[in-house]
Design a protein around this ligand. Structure first.
Ligand code: ZN
Length: 430
């Protein structure tokens, strides 16, 4: 998630309320929540998996090195921060801005994929490209960060199933059917109310083929960002469990991109997992409303910047846009850590503790995370907060990564089965 995703939240108006500031003040001590020995032990014995970080844009546009130990770096992810938070596996998001990359989505997708491999090549002692559950487990044993990739937005395949297969071969293990933009085969929640956009009432026939091909390949079907009807079409089509790589609960925070309780129950039935997004505007209603209130002005500021670049013939830079977004976001008080934990707790209650996990959206939310969560190094605070709410060690380990590994394993199994039955059909005597 980044940029227009935030802007697309705009619909109504409400000012940042004093209540938000009070809530922030009341829980300021959460940011230095003491981590107990028990929480540390759970943290140390778990394989912790985060399914969404936008760091590849930093690799590519900023030349950021994941080995950086710069104490002033404002990023959420580095090898140091990952180790301090005992993060075992990160799914790096391959996100192509559909506005600034028109006509060359695939090209930019390949560049971002390359940027992840280049980082792994620079740090072979601490980071390992990973493509399976077995790889994640191996990386964990070797005390390396398992680096995986997920494509955020079906527009990356340029309506071409061959490209989808190429991405799989390059190691991409999930694809979000749409980002905030409706593409030519899947409706998005980001523009579903925009009459100028041509919608398809969910997934087109080609979109359903994409889902089935992902099942056959062993690429997880990610329903974050999609319109509600697209979600239901994906659930009806898929032969494997789905994931929401970075989505929170709509019952608590009314963002159209969050999931309703009915959707959460459908994911339970499907055997999938909802990885809760940490973004303040998705986990805290006060923050969301305050952001909505400033969305028009923020959008105008960014547009002004883009227009001036265009006039100079300079390409738009992710870093500059991120800087402007950060300035706006910093005007709103950070929500307490409790808001994020409430979402994890809600998904655990409605979908079940076997169907919830972590999808931080690190490095994709312009710094807007709840208090105390400043980087991957702060993940132990989530473990501590779940312990404080009475979760057992086993359940916490499921939330931290066990559930995602189960779903990933199941997606691998379905893929093997589909490929075996295809092979049988081909080799059957006439
Ligand atoms: Zn996103």
């Amino acid at each position: 998630m980044t940029r227009s995703a935030l802007l697309l939240l705009l619909t109504s108006l409400l000012c940042a309320s004093p209540a938000a500031a009070q809530a922030a003040a009341a829980s300021s001590n959460e940011s230095d929540l003491a981590i107990s020995a028990r929480a540390r032990a759970i943290q140390a014995s778990a394989i912790i998996v985060d399914t969404h970080a936008d760091t590849p844009q930093r690799f590519l546009d900023e030349g950021f090195d994941i080995g950086s130990t710069d104490p002033n770096d404002i990023g959420h992810i580095s090898l140091d921060k990952a180790r301090r938070g005992n993060l075992g596996a990160e799914f790096f998001s391959i996100w192509v801005d559909p506005e600034t990359n028109q006509g060359h989505f695939a090209r930019h997708t390949f560049d971002l994929i390359d940027s992840v491999y280049e980082q792994a090549a620079r740090h072979p002692d601490r980071m390992m490209m990973s493509f399976s559950v077995a790889d994640i487990e191996r990386a964990h044993k070797e005390h390396k960060l398992a680096a995986l990739m997920g494509i955020e937005g079906g527009h990356s395949i340029e309506n071409d199933i061959h490209l989808l297969r190429d991405y799989y071969r390059l190691g991409v293990r999930y694809m979000t059917l749409s980002w905030s933009n409706t593409n030519e085969w899947a409706d998005s929640s980001g523009d579903i109310d925009d009459p100028k956009v041509q919608h398809h009432n969910g997934l087109t026939d080609f979109g359903k083929q994409v889902v089935l091909e992902m099942n056959r390949l062993g690429m997880m079907v990610d329903i974050s960002h999609v319109a509600d009807k697209t979600f239901w079409d994906a659930i009806a089509t898929t032969k494997a469990p789905v994931i929401a790589s970075h989505s929170s609960a709509r019952a608590l925070t009314n963002a159209p991109r969050n999931m309703t309780d009915d959707m959460l129950r459908a994911v339970t039935k499907n055997g999938g997992v909802v990885q809760v997004n940490f973004f303040s505007a998705f986990v805290d209603e006060e923050f969301r409303k305050a952001m909505e209130a400033q969305a028009k002005d923020q959008s105008a500021a960014i547009q002004k910047h883009l227009d001036s670049l265009k006039a100079q013939g300079t390409p738009a830079s992710y870093i500059e846009i991120d800087r402007i977004e950060r300035q706006w976001m910093a005007k709103i008080p950070r929500p307490p850590l409790k808001s994020l934990i409430d979402h994890i707790d809600h998904v655990a209650k409605i979908a079940g503790v076997d169907h919830v996990g972590l999808g931080s959206d690190f490095d994709g939310v312009s710094g807007a995370t709840p208090q105390g969560i400043d980087s991957a190094a702060d993940l132990p605070k989530i473990t501590q907060a779940l312990l404080d709410r009475g979760y057992s060690a086993d359940d916490i380990k499921k939330i931290l990564g066990g559930n995602l590994l189960r779903v990933f394993g199941e997606v691998e199994r379905v893929s093997r089965e589909m490929q075996a039955s295809d092979a049988k059909l081909v080799s059957a005597p006439k």
